[in-house]
Design a protein around this ligand. Structure first.
Ligand SMILES: Nc1ncnc2c1ncn2[C@@H]1O[C@H](COP(=O)(O)OP(=O)(O)OP(=O)(O)O)[C@@H](O)[C@H]1O
Ligand SMILES: [Mg+2]
Length: 240
């Protein structure tokens, strides 16, 4: 589903955010990405929906190379939930934001409406569907952005910090939801307990590279490895 080889990316100000990163993810896998602030996680996932294009090396999604010509094809396959929901919500009403993708892709309107309503009800947003997204609470914005992505039924779901702003009950709901999805998933999170509960495999990123990759239960229980990369054990493994 994802084949990334020697991907490098430098921002215009000279910051090297990705430094020869390689990653393969098979169809149906659920992979977590952890790493300290500035490690390059968001820059990496921005390549998966062609928000950024590879400057060196390559990224392929389901066999399609990410480049200038494939932007539209890639965005049909990949649903990216941004770290900052404000980057994703721009319509006048919540409902319009959720329906924007499906109408843009020419999906069946009645079916998309049914799915949009199901998602908005599940996220407690149906009553708020006529509000401007800017007037939602942070957690509500995050769910609106997630609904806008899920409604397109992407082949690959990529979430960047999905649990920030969620209260404990909604965080628990999200765990149940993502675990029920058959979709291939890549989840960036500082919430290592969330990764523990939703991802079978985890990669640790540092300075634009993947420095560890393996089964979640091994990687996230390795206190030394985590500490060396500016991370701490998941709460469930601390104390006691
Ligand atoms: N638009 C930009 N212009 C210049 N440098 C940038 C830009 N966006 C990010 N960077 C830099 O690139 C590096 C990687 O940033 P990135 O946002 O990918 O990190 P991250 O791992 O997602 O961090 P966080 O955990 O804080 O979200 C950082 O050093 C950051 O300062
Ligand atoms: Mg980030």
């Amino acid at each position: 589903m994802i084949t990334i080889e020697q991907l490098a990316f430098t921002y215009p100000d000279g910051t090297r955010a990705l430094d020869g990163l390689s990653l393969r993810v098979a169809k149906g896998e659920s992979v977590g990405i952890a790493g300290s602030n500035g490690a390059g996680k968001s820059t990496l996932v921005s390549h998966l929906n062609a928000w950024h294009l590879p400057q060196a090396g390559s990224a392929r999604i389901g066999g399609v190379g990410v480049d200038k010509k494939s932007v539209e094809t890639v965005r049909k396959k990949v649903g990216l939930v941004f770290q900052k929901p404000d980057d994703q919500l721009f319509m006048a009403r919540v409902y319009d934001d959720v329906m924007f993708g499906p109408s843009n892709l020419g999906m069946n309107e009645a079916e998309s409406h049914t799915e949009a309503e199901r998602l908005l009800r599940m996220f407690g947003l149906w009553e708020l569907r006529d509000k401007p997204p800017a007037h939602l609470s942070q957690g509500q914005k995050r769910f609106a952005a997630l609904a806008a992505v899920l409604v397109m039924q992407p082949e690959l779901l990529v979430m960047d910090e999905p649990t920030s702003d969620l209260d404990p009950r909604n965080r628990r709901m999200l765990i149940g939801l993502v675990n029920s999805l058959p979709t291939t998933r890549l989840t960036v999170s500082h919430d290592l307990d969330f990764i523990w509960e939703t991802c079978k495999r985890v990669c640790i990123m540092s300075e634009g590279k993947i420095v560890a990759d393996g089964p979640t239960k091994d990687i996230l229980a390795d206190a030394e490895l985590l500490e060396a990369n500016g991370l701490e054990l998941p709460l469930r493994l601390q104390g006691g």
